[in-house]
Design a protein around this ligand. Sequence first.
Ligand SMILES: [Zn+2]
Length: 180
Amino acid sequence: MGVTDGVVQSRWLARRAAAWVARQRDAHRPFAQPLDGQMKARLEPYFDARTLAPVRVREVPRIDPPWPLAMIDRVRELPLDFDYLWGITFVDTILVATDAVSEEEQIPNVFHECVHVVQYTHLGLVGFMRRYLEEWVTSGYSYWSIGLERHAFDLQRRFSDGAAPFPVEAEVNARLAVPF
Ligand SMILES: [Zn+2]
């Protein structure tokens, strides 16, 4: 099968992937914590309080490549560049890999994942997965070329560089208003 062979397969894959994300979210959520005071203070100038309130973070030693990507890898025998992951977001529940991220990197890392929370809110769960997977496929299976990732990294860089606070929700809404 090919994941680029038509809209139907793409939608099927997005729905399967979204169901997997929903299961992961529910499995990790009971073990995840609200943002701690320091993290919240750093993120609040950039994010609406309604974005941050439901966010929960779970620290784990490492994160394995996500199922939808592992499945495509098996089908197409692709060399994945997902050897390790430092964070992953399941709707409003964030996993961070303590083995992959130093303590100083933790705040920018969670900032990045919160950008994905905003993207999920804008696109909906299935819409997010569909766009994420299609951007990944059409970019030749390069993680670094996925538009949703590039935007999260762009904003993360501005945050890390000490840019004056900017509203992430407005940035994401403007970016996602452009069709991909
Ligand atoms: Zn990301």
